[in-house]
Design a protein around this ligand. Structure first.
Ligand code: NA7
Length: 491
């Protein structure tokens, strides 16, 4: 096989799968397929369409580094604009011809040096190199509420928004106050006849401006130098470093500053002392993923909005009953209750070399060597896989850095230096030991809260070190950590 001829399959056509397609094409590979279970690209930004959907990472930073977008309308990009950006990018880079939509991969097995894939509804494919770009938060989490099936109004998850249901003049209950619930409340307060926000655990809210870019600014941003000067990409990386240091070190200056900003936001922007106390979290800021919102406190103080902190007892035909016995009559219940964060490629059935099952490897929860590779899973690479950095920063940047690392491994396969490349078990175990030890020092573990960062054993599963340590790790593989098997040479 000559360089570039390898069959490469990418699973998922969201932000990371599109990135992989573009980069592989650029590197000269000609035999690429991207399989997508849905009918179009976009991942998170295809699936989420709720009112107020916004990325809480500034738009010019939530952008591929090689495909800047001068046209972002606002400081924080609206979901629909992000979806349109990805669609434009796919068209511009000619990725459509690699795409197979409505094609859900259900199994992948490594045998005789190749990955063999199965699909829902039948059919198969083989690949020399397999890339999972299947996303992190994509399996909606439905709460177990007594009597939910009895509700006669409309009830849906935030990631399955039912646009056939009119909102005007309706009484709407929104359960959950992660980024999603907060954005929905902000968007609907004043539009619904009445809105209730069901909050089980108050969250810290970081104030953020979300102004519009003027037509003049957008025109000027067409010049990359102007854009660079305006957005100061390097400075932003310094802010990400500060943020990750605040996670790692609860006493750091950044942690104190962020905590102070959240506290001042609450103290200064919630007038009613009773409501203020109800909204006051009891955990350390950053323990849960921080909420960035320019207008939630205003929204929840709207005359047609109310905060409900009383526990939900159950759902009845006409609404939600809380523990205090009160029935809250509602037309619509929105479940902004989050996602199962440990799904990754599953429900796909994965089997690596020597019959090693992914489920066995992940018996204690998803893990991956440096978040991108797995022992006994040769020539298999993950973007935004388990234990990678996740937080209030751009996952596009994270995926690009991971790609830089993965590309070096792929290059060895393409050059014929390795037929099979996978991390050594010892490297994985050592990484895992260090990761868990570091995770116990983070604010996610020590900050006094529960969150989707924690695995089933209560250990934070995200990258527990600084952003700069991640950049270092992704700069170049530690080749000693990998076994490289040349089949023909029997190495
Ligand atoms: P999150 O951040 O997981 O938030 C889910 C919210 O739903 C959170 O406030 C939960 O309260 C609440 N929840 C979940 N189950 C229940 C029940 N049974 N009763 C009441 N409240 C409940 O999901 P999002 O969609 O907002 O955000 C996901 C990520 O997307 C976000 O972090 C960004 O990365 C983008 P809890 O705190 O558990 O008490």
């Amino acid at each position: 096989m000559t360089q570039g001829d390898q069959r490469i399959v990418v699973i998922g056509a969201g932000m990371a799968g599109i990135l992989a397609g573009i980069k592989l094409q650029e590197a000269g590979f000609t035999n690429i397929a991207i399989y997508e279970k849905a009918d179009r690209i976009g991942g998170t930004w295809r699936e989420n369409t709720y009112p107020g959907l916004t990325c809480d990472v500034p738009s010019h930073h939530y952008t591929y580094s090689f495909e800047r977008n001068p046209d972002w309308s606002r400081h924080l990009p609206p979901g629909a604009e992000i979806q349109a950006y990805f669609e434009r990018t796919v068209a511009k880079y000619g990725i459509e011809r690699l795409l197979h939509c409505n094609r859900e991969a259900t199994s992948a097995e490594f045998s005789d040096g190749r990955w063999r894939l199965g699909f829902r509804g039948g059919g198969s494919d083989e690949a020399d190199i397999l890339i999972a770009a299947t996303g992190v938060l994509h399996k909606p989490k439905y709460p177990h509420l007594n009597g939910m099936e009895r509700f006669r109004g409309h009830c849906f998850h935030s990631a399955r928004w039912d646009h056939a249901v009119a909102l005007e003049g309706k009484r709407i209950g929104i359960i959950g106050n992660g980024s999603t619930g907060v954005q929905i409340v902000s968007a609907l307060a004043g539009k619904a006849a009445f809105l209730e926000h069901y909050v089980r655990t108050p969250q810290w809210i970081m104030p953020v401006e979300n102004g519009y870019f003027s037509a003049e600014e957008r025109a000027a941003f067409r010049d990359p130098k102007v854009l660079e000067a305006a957005m100061r990409f390097e400075e932003y990386n310094a802010a990400v470093e500060r943020y990750t240091m605040a996670i790692v070190d609860m006493e750091s200056e950044g942690a104190r500053e962020m905590a102070a900003a959240c506290l001042a936001n609450l103290e200064q922007n919630v007038a009613d002392p009773v409501l203020r106390e109800q909204l006051r979290p009891d955990h350390t800021p950053l323990c849960k993923r921080l909420i960035f919102s320019p207008d939630y406190y205003q929204a929840i103080q709207h005359p047609a909005a109310a905060l409900v902190t009383e526990d939900i007892q159950g759902v009845e035909e006409t609404g939600i009953r809380t523990r205090d016995g009160r029935l809250h009559e509602l037309d619509i219940i929105v479940l902004a209750t989050g996602f199962h964060p440990d799904t990754f490629m599953r429900p796909m059935h994965f089997r690596g070399r020597n019959g090693v099952e992914l489920e066995t490897l992940w018996a204690d929860g998803p893990r991956a060597y440096l978040a991108v590779t797995l022992p006994e899973f040769p020539n298999f690479f993950m973007l935004n896989g388990p234990n990678g950095p996740v937080g209030n920063f751009s996952l596009i940047d994270i995926a690009e850095r991971q790609w830089h690392y993965i590309a070096q491994l792929i290059d060895r396969i393409a050059r014929g230096e390795c037929d099979e490349i996978a991390p050594r078990r010892e490297a994985m175990e050592e990484f895992e030991r260090a990761r868990v030890a570091a995770a116990r020092n983070t604010v996610w573990y020590r900050g006094g809260c529960d969150s989707w960062y924690l695995d089933r054993n209560g250990i934070p599963s995200s990258w527990p070190w600084s952003y700069s340590r991640f950049l270092e790790a992704m700069a170049e593989p530690d080749w000693e950590a990998f076994e490289c098997i040349g089949r023909d040479r029997g190495e």
